[in-house]
Design a protein around this ligand. Sequence first.
Ligand code: FAD
Length: 461
Amino acid sequence: MTDDRTGYDVIVLGAGIAGLTAALSAVEHGLSVVLLEKTSAVGGSSVMSGGFFAFSGTDEQRAQGVGDSANAFLADLREVGAYRNDPALLRQYLDNQRDTYRWLKGHGARFPVIEISSGQSFARSHHTPIRTLISELADRFTAAGGTLLLEHRATELVRDEHGRVGAVIAETPLGPARFAARRGVVIASGGFSRSEELLSVFAPEQLAAIPYGGLGNTGDGFRMAWRLGAGMADMSAVCGTYGSHPDTGIEFHELLTAYYLGAIIVNNAGRRFVDESISYKSLGAACLAQPEGLGFQVFDAVVRARSHPGVPLNDIDMLEEIGHVYRAGTLEELADLAGIDPAGLVSTVERYNSAIAGGDPDDQGRSALVNGVGELVPVAEPPFYAYPAKTLMTTTYCGVTIDPYGRVLDVDGEVIPGLSAIGEVTGGFHGAAYMTGTSLGKGAVFGRIVAARLAAEDPAA
Ligand SMILES: Cc1cc2nc3c(=O)[nH]c(=O)nc-3n(C[C@H](O)[C@H](O)[C@H](O)COP(=O)(O)OP(=O)(O)OC[C@H]3O[C@@H](n4cnc5c(N)ncnc54)[C@H](O)[C@@H]3O)c2cc1C
């Protein structure tokens, strides 16, 4: 029935940051690796991402005088995750992040920009041009002897007579094939942001968000592991990210976080509805509940001047150039242009400015720009700007349970022999919400950990 392919040590499913890191590291450890990718290109959601990796204690932080530490990082991760994340996974990340940061720098990453972003109390988001990094990892993998097979969609995990996962059935351009591996199978197939079916089961309210993420991210790996009895974590925390123009397309990642620079967010009645300094995932949930699922980022010339051209999330210049930002000399004119109720906007801005001036408490309890850091600025200096934005279903950040070495655990917490999982398909790391940079970060960190473990394990055991 199937073409049989044997002789591999490891099969990796999915060529995003997690799969490429694991595959390349495994080859560097001397293993024979086949990397199966469902679509016709490598990259998945990783290549569409903002390219931010969360690390602490780096050369870039030191050079810019950022006094971050692993302890502060851990405290932020726990807080953002509402203490529902698995401390053992977080500790493993923190213990391995610096080696991974160096490994990435040695494999094509460079981090000229660091930013403070969602969930961070220090500038910890290290930005690298992500396309360059992804193609560098893929090139190095094949150059080192790894086998990369595009348009190979894994459909089934196969257990041997001892219950160990040692093979995969895949759909290939030449028909079904069976791949076998001595040391095991690593699922790195990403999340299910593109699966209407899984979203309707786990997060139906998110179906109103703009669908996004890698086109192959329909939860295949999650379902295959589920079929074998894998446990699940963080399934109730699925949430889109707030901040994308309603016309956002697959071609490029358009997302603005002007609210972390000082903008307010109002609905089309001109009313604020949330503390703008919280995680953009929580903002995503709040925005879905607004009329038309729409929230306008409203700001003035002072915030406009904080634009960071070329840096995703903060590039107001680019968004203005493509005509997605409204601009006017007065708030009333701005409201008319953008389709916001003028009287509502004017009174909201008055109340907001008065709270900053020390008059009344802020309507939404906002006291900082982002995550307790940064001084608020009034919306006062013309011209005024409005960026209409919705919630973008980029990622799911939940999935199969793993131990700190990336071994998949079943519903009873027992290891499923031979099966590993890394990256967005895994649950337990983020808990209730996500901190910027920790998904690319965890893909790379746990990718390397899994590769090192598989290399050290006795395949006969
Ligand atoms: C717009 C956007 C911006 C983001 N910005 C950031 C950021 O700046 N920092 C950050 O940390 N995170 C960010 N994220 C999240 C982050 O990019 C992802 O969570 C992360 O890249 C997931 O990596 P991964 O390797 O697990 O999955 P992916 O990169 O999605 O790769 C999974 C791969 O598996 C393939 N696949 C799926 N099913 C199968 C199958 N059955 N067989 C074989 N292959 C299969 C897919 O086609 C895909 O290529 C962003 C996400 C988006 C969409």
